[in-house]
Ligand binder design. Structure first.
Ligand code: PLP
Length: 421
């Protein structure tokens, strides 16, 4: 089935009421038929609902539907993108281990990897996403995951997914990829050898800036990669916290199962059923929206590229962009999503332009239907010196745009007017 059909139907058998819309199961707990039923659920002899921190029928549809869009075996929702990223990494690595991350990551992921994971005893080593050959020298026997973004925020690079997964496979290391900006409509990383995909559902999945949430999806057949792999004893040896369960012996998607039974159970950063329902609404129109975001962003990028006050435009859909070949290779028809950035003379001129736009909202978010403008040097990257800004590819005159679903002519006219102030 095509993705746009799955987006409307996957994961939902119309329930006993035959409701066309997926119902919101706003409940904390579920009644067991009897003691044996309860015992069977806890022992995984029977699958079913126990408590909403572990599972929920509305969230189940969101997880199944999203997993299907990614072409994966199973999904696990989290309370935010950051929570899902943490679950994926903490499922692969433990204290004393290391992970290898692309340097070009969303800022929150960078701080999680560099500071918070470090406090849990997991260290991060970094490679340049433009240069996957740096990875091999960083791998040792304590390396448990390679983490990168398909389409990076905010630097807007496109990863050479196959090159990275080839190195990971050679060394038996899991790859975890953040596919938030590309979404499964434009890019399906599991088809290029990735093991686990994570998302902030707060962006294009909800689509209208309505809710915070996240999701993790594991690929089909991941058990064959993990079974007997000395890097991952936590899946191959009995789990003391779950009456000695050996995950590789369970005939279910094991990466998701372990994250649900141990991490979701014990950390509890779970998505609310209402937010899952909002994500289901968003998914229904995701493929239409991603095409339109991409079409609009390309039109805006072409306009900016032709403007005399613009020094540089970063958008992988432009032929002039260094990421163009990867975008053509990995993205559906080369469509490159709604994120772009452009550089003007200096800090002051960038500030003036941002303040002068009328249709764009000054917001630190992306993936909304409404267009967003940000000036990283005065907000998200404020603490960095001129030299540090340049080193992470964020010059002080850089402006980031998240192109929404307005008419591209209106967006271009707004930018044209702001550039002439
Ligand atoms: N990944 C990417 C690429 C993001 O842009 C963001 C947030 O901006 C996140 C993850 C974190 O997601 P959330 O805000 O849902 O925790």
């Amino acid at each position: 089935m095509q993705l746009q059909t799955e987006a409307l139907h996957a994961g939902y058998d119309k329930d006993t009421q035959s409701t066309m819309a997926v119902p919101i199961y706003q409940t904390t707990a579920y009644e067991f038929r009897d003691v044996e039923h309860a015992a069977n659920l806890f022992a995984l002899k029977e699958l079913g609902n126990i408590y909403t921190r572990l599972n929920n029928p509305t969230t189940d549809v969101f997880e199944k539907r999203f997993a299907q869009l990614e072409g994966g075996a199973a999904g696990l929702a989290g309370s935010s993108g950051m929570a899902s990223i943490f679950y994926a990494i903490a499922n692969a690595a433990e204290s004393g281990d290391n992970i290898i991350c692309a340097r070009q990551l969303y800022g929150g992921t960078l701080t999680q990897a560099s500071f918070t994971l470090k406090r849990f005893g997991i260290s991060a080593r970094y490679f340049d996403v433009q240069n996957p050959s740096e990875i091999e020298a960083l791998i040792d026997d304590k390396t448990k995951a390679i983490f990168f973004e398909t389409l990076t925020n905010p630097s807007i690079d496109v990863a050479d997914i196959a090159a990275i997964t080839a190195i990971a496979k050679k060394h038996g290391v899991l790859t975890i990829v953040d596919n938030t900006v590309a979404t499964p409509v434009l890019c399906r990383p599991l088809e290029h050898g990735v093991d686990v995909v994570v998302h902030s559902a707060s962006k294009y999945t909800t689509g209208q800036g309505l809710a915070i949430g996240g999701i993790m999806v594991e690929r089909q057949g991941l058990v064959d990669f993990i079974k007997g792999n000395a890097r991952y004893p936590q899946f191959n040896e009995p789990d003391e916290s779950y009456h000695g369960l050996v995950y590789v012996d369970v005939p279910l998607p094991i990466f998701t199962l372990r994250a649900r039974l141990s991490l979701l159970r014990d950390l509890g950063a779970v998505v609310s059923p209402f937010n899952s329902w909002l994500f289901i609404q968003g998914i229904e129109t995701l493929s239409l929206r991603m095409r339109e975001h991409s079409r609009n962003a390309l039109a805006v990028a072409e306009f900016l590229e032709s403007h005399p006050l613009v020094k540089k435009v970063n958008y992988p859909g432009l032929k002039s962009n260094a990421n163009y070949a990867n975008a053509q290779r990995y993205f559906e028809n080369g469509m490159s999503s709604g994120l772009l950035s452009f550089e003007v003379e200096n800090f002051e001129s960038a500030k003036k332009i941002v303040d002068a736009t009328k249709l764009f909202s000054l917001v630190v978010n992306i993936g909304d239907s409404k267009s967003i403008i940000t000036h990283p040097a005065s907000t998200t990257h404020q603490q960095l010196s001129q030299e540090e800004l340049a080193a992470c590819g964020v010059p002080s005159g850089l402006i980031r745009l998240s192109i929404g679903l307005e008419a591209s002519e209106d967006l271009i006219n707004d930018l044209k007017a702001a550039l002439s102030v």
